[in-house]
Every structure is written in structure tokens, then in C-alpha cells.
Design a protein around this ligand. Structure first.
Ligand code: SF4
Length: 286
């Protein structure tokens, strides 16, 4: 057996290809304008870091496991519209997305949009007030939690939660708005099912649908900037890098998960962590 060959082939298990091609997608509604502009321009997507690949892979596995569990195990509810495609027309561009499911309570007839999000402990505790600030090892019981999910929950510096809100708002609008912008569907509400990947804790964030117009306005601001830009390089980088003790810069965590990092920020990988070298940001093509 050639051990190197075996390991190389097994490492390919972490390769998570982009789910959809370039262009604007509801699933990436939380991204900033520069990233959207790379999507719109059809720039080549590179290999993300191994850390990002395994994070995506475990997140996808957990996500699908819970979605199937919802589908198969809830006696009091019927789960419909699994992975249903929805489309919104924004600035004459059709933007597609896939909802996780609609849950119908058989007892009340209530129909709720469900979005499942697997997340790190850092993001989870930033959303759930009962456990906010607690280190993961202090959360011993597995009591499920329930909280209101709105923009006031999103702490400054937490890079992902606002994107969850934009996605939920996009799905909600695509389902409930009148045609041609939506399907004109009647729904009673929406929630995000939060899964803490580090502890297994679950929480339900009840979405405040009254906030949808404000969230869509914020989302559209980023999309508009991308659509109107002649090149991604004229847009500000999405998140400022952090400066290391040795003077190098490390990209923000969102950049480390971004498939355009190679064409956007010139980096070198040191011990698996990409670093940006001083001066590189200013020398990028304009
Ligand atoms: S590498 Fe960072 S700054 Fe560049 S497009 Fe991706 S997220 Fe934005």
C-alpha cells in the first residue's frame, strides 16, 4: 500500500464543491458586496482551507441529519416543501434559493418556515441569551432553548448571524410576496433551528417577520453595490484582517472560508492558516 496515495485520496473526502454556480444566491445573502461581485463576475473559485472544508462537511452532515429527523420523527407535524427552490426577482435578476422545509402543525394547522443552521459555539452563544458568554464545557445539560431571533441578537463582531437573518428574510419574501417577486404563499411564521456544533445544544430562534423589509434593504444595499461595480477590486474588502504579532495580517474568518481568497487577497499559508503580507492589500489590481 502506498500510504501517501491513500491519504491523498482520503483527504479528497473533505473537498466540498460549491453547491451552486456563480451569480447571486439567497444562500449567500449574508455576504458583502465584494464577495457578491466575485460571484457575479464568474471569477474562478479556488480551494478553501482544509479547516473550512471540514467545517462545511460536518455542518452539512449535521444539517441533513436534523432535516431528516424533522421529516421522519415528528408525529404532531408534517414536514413539507423539503429543499424546495424559491426565486425572487431583484433588479430584474432572478435570485434562487432552497428552503429547508415548511413545518405544518397537524393540531393547529399552523405553517412555519424552517431554516436549519449549524454553527460554532461562538455564534451560538452570541444568539442565545440564556447561555451567552458561557464556555462550552459549562453547558452540561441538553435543555433545548427558545428565543426571539432578530437583529438585536446579533453582536458586533459576530460574522455569521446577520447573514442568517438576511437568508431567512429572503426566503420569507420569496415565499410570501405576491408574484412576480414571490409565490404569494400564506405562512404563519418562521424560525431558525440553531445547532451548536461544539456541544450539540439546540435552540429555536423565532423570526420577527416584521423586520423583513429592513433586512432586505440592508441585503439589497450589498447586492446593488456589487451589481454597479465594474470590478470586485474597486469594492472594500469584506472584513478587515487582524494584525499578528510579527506584523503580518491574518484574514478575517469569513475570508478564510471564502473560495475567492486567492484572487482577492494574495496570501501564503503558514501552518494551514493563510496570512496576508503587509503591502499586499494596497497592491491588488484596481
Ligand atoms: S476573500 Fe474576504 S474580502 Fe475577498 S471576497 Fe472573500 S470574503 Fe470578501
Amino acid at each position: 500500500m502506498n500510504a501517501n496515495e491513500l491519504l491523498r485520496d482520503l483527504m479528497a473526502a473533505w473537498d466540498v464543491p460549491p453547491k451552486e454556480g456563480g451569480g447571486l444566491r439567497m444562500s449567500s445573502a449574508g455576504n458583502r458586496a465584494r464577495r457578491h461581485a466575485f460571484d457575479l463576475g464568474g471569477y474562478p473559485q479556488g480551494q478553501t482551507t482544509q479547516r473550512a472544508q471540514v467545517t462545511f462537511a460536518t455542518g452539512d452532515l449535521l444539517h441533513d441529519y436534523l432535516r431528516d429527523h424533522l421529516h421522519e420523527r415528528l408525529e404532531w407535524a408534517e414536514v413539507t416543501d423539503r429543499e424546495r427552490e424559491v426565486v425572487s426577482t431583484v433588479h430584474d435578476i432572478d435570485i434562487a434559493g432552497h428552503i429547508d422545509a415548511i413545518l405544518r402543525d397537524k393540531r393547529t394547522g399552523e405553517r412555519l418556515l424552517v431554516d436549519i443552521k449549524t454553527m460554532s459555539h461562538f455564534t451560538y452563544v452570541s444568539l442565545d441569551p440564556e447561555v451567552a458568554g458561557q464556555p462550552w464545557y459549562k453547558q452540561r445539560n441538553n435543555k433545548a432553548r427558545n428565543f426571539a431571533f432578530d437583529a438585536s441578537r446579533v453582536l458586533p463582531g459576530e460574522p455569521f448571524a446577520r447573514g442568517y437573518l438576511y437568508q431567512l428574510a429572503s426566503y420569507w419574501a420569496a415565499l410570501t410576496d405576491d408574484p412576480p417577486h414571490g409565490d404569494g404563499e400564506e405562512l404563519d411564521g418562521a424560525f431558525i433551528l440553531c445547532v451548536n456544533k461544539n456541544t450539540g445544544h439546540l435552540a429555536i430562534g423565532t423570526f420577527d417577520t416584521a423586520t423583513v423589509p429592513a433586512l432586505l434593504a440592508e441585503r439589497d444595499w450589498q447586492w446593488d453595490a456589487a451589481i454597479n461595480a465594474e470590478s470586485p477590486y474597486e469594492l472594500p474588502i469584506c472584513r478587515e484582517p487582524t494584525e499578528n504579532k510579527d506584523g503580518t495580517l491574518s484574514p478575517d474568518i469569513r475570508c478564510q472560508y471564502c473560495p475567492y481568497i486567492d484572487v482577492c487577497l494574495a496570501t501564503e499559508s503558514v501552518a494551514g492558516i493563510p496570512k496576508i503580507y503587509k503591502g499586499v492589500l494596497d497592491s491588488r489590481p484596481k
